[in-house]
Design a protein around this ligand. Structure first.
Ligand code: ZN
Length: 195
């Protein structure tokens, strides 16, 4: 015995580390978002006057993506984003809007993805948002964002169009102080490392 793989599952339940994590779980979970969504959100529906198209194939009611966007858009002072790739224009527009409103946005992403077709990274750079990349053959594969230092969004969800309507993905929105501190420390570490 001795290897992790051969240890009974119950053993992990009793370790202090897991017990501490379990004690925290639930304390600060705001919501969980699961993808795929059936449809992408209608952009017109979110404008004043709403959507006037007779046959619109996009979603007019709230979807998991619109909830995700609402959390992002709630940023008032800071928005730290650490994601593998961003190609979803709905998400990119909210990030750009935060920047225009004076929110201090910082983005860490993967170098291999930043130059692919549809990547929004150049748009962010042109707008003046500071972006840092890992510049290694390995992937910067995180998908999390910290909003105003008080909300954490984390999960498998890639910030792509495909992830919204095709992939099975999850995002958990948390207000857990301990978790946010831990993710903020990791963000700051990578930010310094990738300069
Ligand atoms: Zn519509």
């Amino acid at each position: 015995m001795g290897g992790c793989a051969s240890a009974p599952a119950e053993k992990y339940e009793t370790t202090k580390e897991v017990a501490d994590l379990k004690a925290q779980a639930g304390a600060g979970v705001i919501c969980t978002l699961f993808f795929p969504d059936a449809k992408l959100p209608c952009r017109n529906a979110r404008q004043p006057g709403g959507c006037r198209r007779q046959h619109c194939d996009y979603a007019h009611d709230a979807t998991n993506l619109t909830r995700f966007l609402d959390y992002l858009a709630s940023a008032k002072s800071t928005l730290d984003i650490c994601v593998f790739t961003i190609t979803n224009d709905d998400i990119a527009d909210v990030v750009l809007d935060c920047h225009r409103r004076g929110v201090k946005v910082r983005i860490i992403t993967d170098n291999d993805q930043a130059t692919t077709t549809g990547s929004d990274i150049n748009k962010f750079r042109q707008a003046g948002i500071p972006v840092r990349q890992d510049n290694t053959p390995a992937h910067m594969h995180h998908k999390f964002a910290i909003i105003d230092g008080r909300l954490l969004m984390n999960g498998s969800f890639n910030w792509t169009r495909q992830a919204v309507t095709s992939n099975n993905e999850n995002v958990t929105v948390l207000a857990d102080v301990t978790l946010i501190k831990s993710f903020q420390a990791q963000f700051d570490k990578l930010w310094a490392q990738f300069k």
